[in-house]
Design a protein around this ligand. Sequence first.
Ligand code: ADP
Length: 544
Amino acid sequence: MTQQENIVKVLLVDDDELDRRLVKLVLVQSQGSVRFNIDTAASLSEALGKMQSGTYDIILEDMNLSDCRGTEIVEKVSAAVPNVPIVVLTGFDDDDAGLEAIRAGAEDYLVKGSGLEYTLVKTIRYAIERKKSKASLIEAKNELEQTNAQLMQTTIKANILAQEAEKANVAKSQFLANISHEIRTPMNAIIGFGEVLAEEPLGDVQKSYVKLILDSAKRLLLLINDILDFSRIEAGRMKVEKTECDVQELIANIESLMRPEATAKNLEFNVVCEQNVPPLIKTDSLKLRQCLINLVSNAIKFTEQGKIDIAVESFADNEKSFIEFRVTDTGIGIPADKHDAIFEVFTQADGSMTRKYGGTGLGLAVTRQLAKLLGGSIKFTSEEGKGSTFILSIPADVVHTCRKASSHDVIKEYNGKFSGEILVVEDSPANQLFLRRTLEKLGFTVSVTADGLQAIEAVQTEKFDLILMDMQLPNMKGFEVTKKLHSMGFKIPIIAMTASLMHEDEQQCRQAGSDDFIAKPIDCGLLIKVLCKYITQAEVVHTA
Ligand code: ADP
């Protein structure tokens, strides 16, 4: 139908001349908004021919033509012009025939004769509207089916991509585990021997060289750790392990680690831990320590004069307790327009600072992610030229037990001197030497074996108080040796040493029966702390 003119193009198919005239008359004389443009055909073949050359809004057709009869006419016409509505006009009022015509594809069924003038126009208009609605319904259905099919395709693709990404992630984590092991092992030797060398009687020039080597190696190690951490967080593989954490001890540890750096820059270094801070909380102390070290390192790094204040206090928010660690400096501050960016990866407030202060721009990104993993958050205030305050808050899940002795107390108690015999199972000659030197300095008698089989032999002939077991041994892996020793009934504490920091390795060591776990490069303070734990236990076992 031409909307503007409201003209309906009709093809009237009837072999009876009189009937054609009657219908034409009804349409022409109809009083309404619609006008009809009527074309006629006396047979089906003529009608089909006209349909090929012209377009119609409606087909009115008889059920009895000279070349075709009954519903077949409807079927053939609707096959030829599927989008054009068909109204059947017949001389007989036969309900069954009408239904059959509708089933064959007609929109309506009308009986010629009296009353046609009242029904025909309305029927035509309704038939056209119905056909249109049906067509748009079919179109919508088709579109829906198409969209569904596309959605299915997209879902399949997304699943494949997700699987590939997961595979890549696993491969990346594995790669990182391997590479971290490969890099951290020689770093262990570099830092270990650097420290040994620094204690030798050296000239000033040599001392400064050794210091340079040590500083660079430590910086490199920090960078490796940051990259490793960030990748692990990204891959969702950073696991949080909440255990008892002695807050005072943690702060003391950070103070003893960072104060020398601040003092070297002539900065005042104040630590205040408020009375209300619970002595023991449940958190992942290694990750908390890492966050604090990152914040304090930045404070020292970006401060040329003045002071660094570390304040620890506890507060409640909506009945939840938090511990807040505030690290305040009087350093260069952060320009207001960079406040939003500094937690982004590889972002530094001022690119030119990189050369002056060093750094990767990873520290705060990692710190924020770690804070999140701990259930906490991090925020800061800063004024350019005046200084910054970074505030880390974490949930204070209080542990209600007596305070443990801190490593400081224990070291004091031993006064730096131990006794007892330690077996070091380590294949790298550099690490063997480093551990022998360190342990002997602490007062231990040290035996060293380069592989697991020798270790098993040694344990059968000598009595050891503790075993330090490298996990990456040739032939028989450290955890296999540990298992074997357990199966042979030896109850000596075994401390696993590994350069790989992946969670799976730690689990594997623990499953094999390792009592504890120490990461390489070995931190002497941590080593002493672990030794204190087990040497005391070993003595108790011996005297029992
Ligand atoms: P970087 O390895 O560069 O220190 P971070 O992610 O730890 O990386 O910090 C990102 C940037 O935030 C730093 O480069 C520096 O511009 C800014 N920043 C962080 N802490 C401080 C601070 N205490 N004082 C001034 N600027 C800081």
